[in-house]
Design a protein around this ligand. Sequence first.
Ligand code: HEM
Length: 223
Amino acid sequence: MSAQQLSFYQTTLGKKVVMAISGVILIGFVIGHMAGNLQIFLGADKLDAYAEFLHSMPAVLWGARIVLITAVFAHFWSAFSLWKQNKAARPRGYAKQVSRATTYAARTMRWGGVIVLLFIIYHLLHLTVGAPVSGYEIVHGKVFNNVVTGFSNPAIAGFYIIAQVCLGLHLYHGVWSLMQTLGLNHDKYNDTRRKVATSVSLLITVGNISIPVAVLAGLLSNT
Ligand code: HEM
């Protein structure tokens, strides 16, 4: 097959663009979700009313869920095909790992991504479905109490905190690579790229971690 016959998705750039677009959708969700969740600091009434508001629009909720699920699949699939493509191009691996020029975040993308995916599955079973995965029963609609009861268990809070650190590292390298895919691939942009990647990943990590930490510190308790 000649190069011209490859579909856009089949090219490395095509896969990277799919990864970048799905990544932007997922980052948008994570920021919006975090902003919504931070209302926990405004009290149970505010957070529960916010959740009720979201659930009062099933068409919007399901529309957003379908977009998110599609983005997760597209993101995972493009990452997997790029990995397979790289492996096929270098079946024996490097004689010596050259990792000096890359960051820890870049080297942990694959496993960090898998941990984030496992976290999302656990998280959905825990707080959305209410499956018996956390040792207590959630009450649908009582989001504040569901979250506080969960994070009062140090094992659950600890797992969430570790997952947020993995997510933060994943986002750091993700945002960095995203800007490269968008064309900001020049030494003169590196400083800006580093600042943007650090700000986005730190904002999300600190914002999310503040919730289990506040519960463990006794700043938030059940109503
Ligand atoms: C400490 C951090 C987090 C807290 C306290 C939290 C809390 C919650 C709660 C309470 C729900 C259920 C809301 C409801 O039923 O009304 C939920 C749903 C969800 N969360 Fe989180 N979350 C956190 C982090 C994350 C992260 C990092 C992700 C993704 C990477 C995520 C993805 C989701 C998804 C996909 C849903 C399902 C939304 C839906 O109903 O379709 N969450 N979260």
